[in-house]
Design a protein around this ligand. Structure first.
Ligand code: ATP
Ligand code: MG
Ligand code: MG
Ligand code: MG
Length: 469
């Protein structure tokens, strides 16, 4: 069996052998894009190379990129613990061509890697293409010999990638693995495609156009390639398991969580152990990249992830901090490739321990209040926003934590009421400040805060606040 560490190396080696330069993962806090909360794809560090604003000494690159999808456009926080294929932190394996090779080579390189190097059986694989992309359709037929019913034309934005309203864009082609009958979910393009039977493993983006203005799109003289494959999903396939959380690396972390809490890793608390394992990775890698828990912005996303994990530790029955004790297991599993984990080990451990110790004091009391308030509600009745706000304001419960607790009990939170209570408190703070005679500074301060908007201030986007994924 190939371990996740071996699979990562095999991927990188393959592309290096095929003329690519191995480039290190960029940090989770993007250096070149203040609008992006966290690095969420391999292409992020190459944005300016794709637009031509930056030149690198190579035109082919390969990476294993650290990604976090827990806020903004891609938010998989609510999927963790519920699907077999989503993490908040994951590694995206990628190969990139900056005006060098294009579609034909990208498809051939990908196909050879998965069917020769990794020896995946062809009859388990399906691909999608953008509905008008006859060229990709033809190439999949020619290179892979796939029959027409295994090359699915998709008319939606899922198969058309764009960097933004303007800039490079183009069709994509995704490779899916069929984990077999018995697992709910339909093939890509079908109404029940969101199940976990057909799992998307690799996305190949063909950047062949530039959107100049809203109306005008031109062909790029030298089109580029950007691909991304989830290491954990590939590992699941190669290790003969369906679920990312059953791969060697995630298993080791789940075992560590079970050991630390004297609990059965696959018993009644299996979901909690998965969440803890996932959130341990996200928190530790974020801290290693310089994010610290805070009440707004990136630091608040980190805090929310940490507190969700702590709530799960509480559910398992842990009464003492747990997360910080799992750091050695993480460093053992991933510190070889990501040496920043070793360098930051002490900081990660201390940050987790401190946050756990502090939140512990209010977590128990907050959960008790939540139980009491819930007891007063009728079946299916949502929790009042005022209560959620009290939990936030007095007990340090991020809104999504309260939502996560209640989701397990089929209950929601009245988000409008929560937002109104939050607004009221802000307005009162504003008034109190206005009375202090520091009008000018105060105005600037609140304008700044308004400008940064709810996302930065609350640390969750509106999408998430509404409880949607
Ligand atoms: P999905 O539809 O399954 O949510 P996606 O289309 O959002 O995936 P892409 O943005 O195309 O994913 O990212 C490229 C690859 O990264 C995916 O094909 C998948 O293998 C992997 N990936 C994406 N999101 C996650 C995640 N949250 N956890 C683990 N792997 C992921
Ligand atoms: Mg997704
Ligand atoms: Mg997808
Ligand atoms: Mg995709």
């Amino acid at each position: 069996m190939k371990t996740a560490n071996e699979i990562r190396s095999a991927f990188l080696d393959y592309f290096v052998k095929n003329g690519h330069t191995e480039v290190e993962s960029s940090p989770l806090v993007p250096r070149n894009d203040p609008t992006l909360m966290f690095t969420n794809a391999g292409m992020v560090q190459f944005k300016n190379v794709f637009t031509g604003n930056e030149v690198r000494p190579y035109t082919r690159a390969t990476t294993s990129q650290k990604c976090v999808r827990a806020g903004g456009k891609h938010n998989d926080l609510e999927n963790v613990g519920y699907t077999a294929r989503h993490h908040t932190f994951f590694e995206m394996l990628g190969n990139f061509s900056f005006g060098n090779y294009f579609k034909a080579d990208a498809i051939e390189l990908a196909w050879n890697l998965i069917t020769k190097t990794f020896a995946l059986p062809k009859d388990k694989l399906l691909v999608t293409v953008y509905h008008t992309d006859d060229e990709a359709h033809g190439l999949w037929k020619k290179v892979a010999g796939l029959s027409d019913d295994r090359i699915i034309r998709i008319p939606t934005a899922d198969n058309f990638w764009a960097m933004g309203d303007t800039g490079p864009c183009g069709p994509c082609s995704e490779i899916f693995y069929d984990h077999g009958e018995g697992i709910p979910g339909g093939p890509p393009g079908s109404p029940d495609q969101d199940g976990d039977r057909f799992i998307e493993i690799w996305n190949l983006v063909f950047m062949q156009y530039e959107q100049v203005t809203k109306e005008e799109r031109v062909s790029l003289p030298r089109p580029s390639i950007d691909t991304g494959m989830g290491l954990e999903r590939l590992a699941a396939v190669l290790q003969g398991v369906h679920d990312n959380y059953d791969t060697d690396l995630m298993r080791a972390l789940i075992e560590a969580s079970a050991d630390a809490t004297n609990s059965d890793p696959s018993g009644a608390h299996a979901v909690s152990h998965r969440v803890i394992a996932d959130h341990l990775r996200a928190s530790s890698f974020l801290i290693a990249d310089g994010v610290l828990p805070a009440n707004e912005g990136r630091g608040y996303v980190l805090r929310r992830i940490m507190r969700r994990a702590m709530r799960h530790a509480h559910m398992i029955g842990a009464r003492d901090p747990v997360m910080y004790r799992l750091v050695p297991a993480l460093v053992r599993e991933m510190g070889g490739h990501y040496t920043e984990l070793q360098r930051a080990q002490a900081l990660i451990t201390e940050t987790l321990r401190l946050e756990e110790t502090r939140f512990k004091q209010t977590l128990d009391r907050g959960l008790k209040l939540l139980d009491e308030e819930e007891g007063k509600l009728g079946a299916g009745q949502p929790l009042a926003g005022e209560v959620a706000f009290k939990l936030y304001d007095t007990y340090g419960f991020p809104l999504d934590l309260t939502q996560d607790v209640l989701r397990g009990r089929n209950r929601t939170v009245e988000v409008d009421g929560f937002t109104a209570a939050m607004e009221r408190q802000r307005a009162e703070a504003r008034k109190a400040w206005a009375g202090s005679g520091e009008a000018a500074t105060e105005r600037v301060w609140f304008e700044l805060k308004d400008e940064l908007g709810a996302t930065e201030f609350l640390g969750y986007d509106t999408e998430n606040a509404e409880g949607k994924v």
